[in-house]
Design a binder for this molecule. Structure first.
Ligand code: MN
Length: 490
């Protein structure tokens, strides 16, 4: 994991004299230390001083832009900080930005309060001046209000930090493509130049033949090593050990190429496996469990989104995985959606220890039976996320879902499966999703929240559409129509 930190910048001015500024400085340091000790921030907060002039603001923001570990800046105004001094600096800011609207004291001290207290403790005043300038400059930012000691404030700050990590990971994202998109599929296409300009993703192709060459160079003892890792993590429920060893060979070769090119995500397609005996199944699943993004059928957008969302989760490899809506259960009393994929579902979604099985692929060219992990997804609240290219802009679509224990065994279904009920209910949820143009491929996450995805979209300057328990088709249609107009004006 890369070392990351967030910078805490406190605004003030020279008007108050040295004594007040010393107090501001000491308290900001105390607050930083306490928030770091609170155990709710996933990354270190670094107090970078009290800024009191245009030169100081501009200087520290240039430094933040340049610093490789600084993943975002968090500002707060203990006193009043006239915000014209922030214009030049904020105009240059390239890192995610959060405005923490807090104050040192929790309660107004009835007996103690006088005008000296008011001058020192006027965040309610200073934070409004500070907020105006970011609004005036149209700078995307997160505003979090509350007392800095409150668990909920620290938790929200931590959640925002993870969204900012998504931004950092996105800006460095490299996707390795083996083959193109599945023939004739529309939603997995997109403007790679536009996406790189907007999100930073470098999406390029490598020859399947080069992967096969890399596979041929993998040794039996290397395969033995990976087989031990498979055995430690999964139950082997097949006699076809050769098929598992073949997947290990594929995984080692793919990872070698990913590492060599510093790629965090990859795609392939069952239509382009020339020289390979099996579509990578277990191989892709185990790579995903390590944090790599994956998209089937050449879907580079979902592959990169999977890697970004994994990195936004716990330990920068959270429970987020590539998913596909397959089929519905439309019985009146128990409607739900069944998600799976041809093979490649990440074991981070599993309720129990996955089994390695081998079955025929049943689609595409005649390949040897690929080994894959089979399991049920776990129950719990989650989101599904889809990034689509609307032509001239990207739309990030997010839907709240409730994952459930699959309502039947499906003993002949040879792939991992997850069942859920989308918000607001299955049928309205489907209507909303289709109305908004969401793909069949998604990232399903138990770990990243819709608010974090909204923050990510905000920071990246892309459209965000959220389907919740309160969404109606009619309201959504109107929102999409207005968004279309608004985005044309940008
Ligand atoms: Mn698919």
């Amino acid at each position: 994991m890369k070392k990351r930190e967030f910078w805490f910048l406190v605004g003030s001015q020279c008007l108050y004299g040295e004594d007040v500024l010393r107090t501001v400085d000491a308290r900001a340091a105390e607050m930083t230390a306490a928030m770091n000790a609170g155990g709710r921030l996933p990354y270190t907060l670094v107090y970078k001083g009290t800024v009191k002039s245009n030169e100081e603001v501009t200087g520290v923001i240039k430094e933040a832009n340049y610093d490789g570990q600084c993943t975002g800046v968090i500002t707060w105004c203990h006193t009043f900080s006239p915000s014209k001094m922030w214009i030049n600096g904020l105009s240059l800011l390239q890192k995610p930005y959060c405005h923490l609207a807090t104050q040192y004291h929790r309660e107004i001290p009835n007996e103690e309060i006088d005008m000296d207290f008011m001058n020192l403790n006027q965040a309610a005043h200073g934070d409004r001046e500070h907020g105006f300038i970011a609004a005036r400059l149209r700078i995307p930012r997160k505003v979090i209000a509350g007392h800095w000691q409150d668990a909920d404030v620290q938790r929200r700050l931590g959640d925002w930090m993870r969204a900012a990590v998504g931004v950092a990971v996105s800006r460095e994202m490299k996707v390795m493509r083996f083959g193109d998109n599945m023939r004739e599929v529309a939603v997995t296409e997109g403007d790679k130049v536009g996406v790189q300009a907007k999100l930073g993703w470098q999406v390029n192709t490598w020859a399947v033949g080069d992967l096969v060459k890399e596979m041929d160079a993998v040794t039996e003892s290397e395969i033995d090593g990976l087989m031990a890792a498979y055995t430690a993590a999964y139950d082997i429920a097949t006699d076809n050990i050769a098929a598992i060893r073949y997947q290990a060979r594929e995984e080692i070769a793919i990872e070698r190429m990913l590492r060599r090119e510093r790629c965090m995500a990859f795609t392939n397609t069952f239509e382009d496996l020339y020289g390979m005996e099996q579509l990578p199944g277990l191989a892709s699943q185990h790579l995903m469990s390590k944090g790599y993004g994956f998209g089937g059928e050449g879907d580079w957008k979902v592959s990169a989104m999977t890697a970004v969302m994994k990195a936004m989760g716990r330990g920068e490899n959270g429970a987020s995985g590539f998913m596909e809506d397959y089929t519905y259960h439309l019985a009146d009393d128990n409607r739900c959606s069944l998600g799976a994929h041809m093979l490649e579902v990440c074991p981070c979604l599993a309720a129990d220890r996955p089994r390695i099985e081998t079955h025929p692929l049943g689609i595409g060219m005649n390949r040897r039976d690929p080994a894959r992990l089979v399991f049920e997804g776990r129950a719990g609240s989650a989101i599904v996320v889809s990034l689509i290219d609307m032509g001239g802009r990207l739309r990030l679509l997010c839907q709240d879902v409730e994952c459930i224990k699959p309502i039947m065994d499906m003993p002949n279904l040879p792939v991992a499966r997850v069942m859920w009920r989308p918000a607001p209910d299955l049928l309205t949820g489907i209507e909303c999703w289709i109305t908004a143009g969401g793909a069949h491929h998604t990232v399903l996450s138990y770990d990243v929240s819709a608010e974090q995805m909204k923050d990510f979209a905000n920071m990246m300057g892309i459209e965000f559409v959220h389907i919740t328990a309160d969404t109606t088709v009619e309201a959504l249609e109107e929102k999409l129509m207005l968004a279309d107009l608004a985005w044309k004006l940008r």
